[in-house]
Design a protein around this ligand. Sequence first.
Ligand code: PLP
Length: 412
Amino acid sequence: MATLNSNYLKLKAGYLFPEIARRVKAFTEANPEAASNMIRCGIGDVTEPLPLAVREAMHAAIDEMGTREGFHGYGPEQGYEFLRTAIAQNDYRDRGMEVADDEIFVSDGSKCDGGNILDILGSDNRVAVMDPVYPVYVDTNVMAGHTGDASEDGSYEGIHYLECTAENGFVPAIPEKKADIIYLCFPNNPTGAVASRAQLEAWVAYARRHGSILLFDAAYEAYISDSSVPHSIYEIPGARECAIEFRSFSKNGGFTGTRCAFTVVPKELTALCKGGERRPLHPLWHRRFTTKFNGVSYVTQRGAAALYSGKGKAEVAALVEHYMGNAKILREAVASCGLKVHGGVNAPYIWVKGPEGATSWQIFDRMLSEANIVVTPGSGFGRAGEGYFRISAFNSREKAIEAADRIKAMKW
Ligand SMILES: *Cc1c(COP(=O)(O)O)cnc(C)c1O
């Protein structure tokens, strides 16, 4: 008899977004008139059209594919040279960081990369995550068998949760316990918090001291408005020896449906092997890529490369400005209700502390029924998120303004 991967059975059944969908459905079935009135500020998906520079490049690539000379079959698994060079040059070398073209691995998404990276790491690592946390980091470790069972509050035995609270500005303190793999996400989803240079320096020092690896998710780096905040972990000296960076075109270029992202694996990055010696991870990630992946489509990579053209950069800046304009409107609306508001300055997420004593799901239900607004309950991101809710700024301006007005009209 075949057996299944029992680790999957440890996953908490009531995953966040299906539960939100269930409650919205139940509410609109009972109140059909509310269905068309609903404003979704929940799931972190972009709303604005794909930049023109991207569409033009993709159209041209499609036409190329229609010719014998311009046809592209299998490409290099790790990405076309034109895109790897554009990334390494624009995102890193032009900003004073040393990253080689062949340290860039182009993929179909950061979500996949975040899960796949576990393939090249040992199964005996002690894993630490921020709490609240992007659920992908935790669930992929559960699936890989790196945890025990879930407890009542949804946390897993064997994972070290680093509490992010208003007191620490949602940037976790350096743990006293030793962790081998630490997931960091800045600007943060869901809290919108950013880490200062000094805070990242402390993490890099910690990782180097313990031989740990930082898995640094910078999906929202384009949203940083404060010029003193690092955009990449490699802005910190020594990070090349202890960090992998995840980036995505989803949130800057509106690629959530188009799919393109990349990881940076520096050649200096090493980890311990069974024999006790340190070996570089770059060849392993390269091997994984070439064995289990056949590359992102040529058309998509041409589209992604266009984000680095003058026109593409201007369009990304306009998208960021649009979403951050929404963030400002929503932030101010929430603050005017007397609620404590975080984020929304260097990230498209606003993290709000609900009224004293209210649980995240109670606030969710109230906002759904009283204002027909869908937010994300903070407790869905971890125990430390209880009592909070997340508002996404990914919306049209019209909807953001309407949501802000409805929030202000609620009796908090
Ligand atoms: C949206 C998001 C990503 C990007 O994921 P893709 O699979 O590239 O779309 C990565 N990390 C976080 C925290 C995100 O919110």
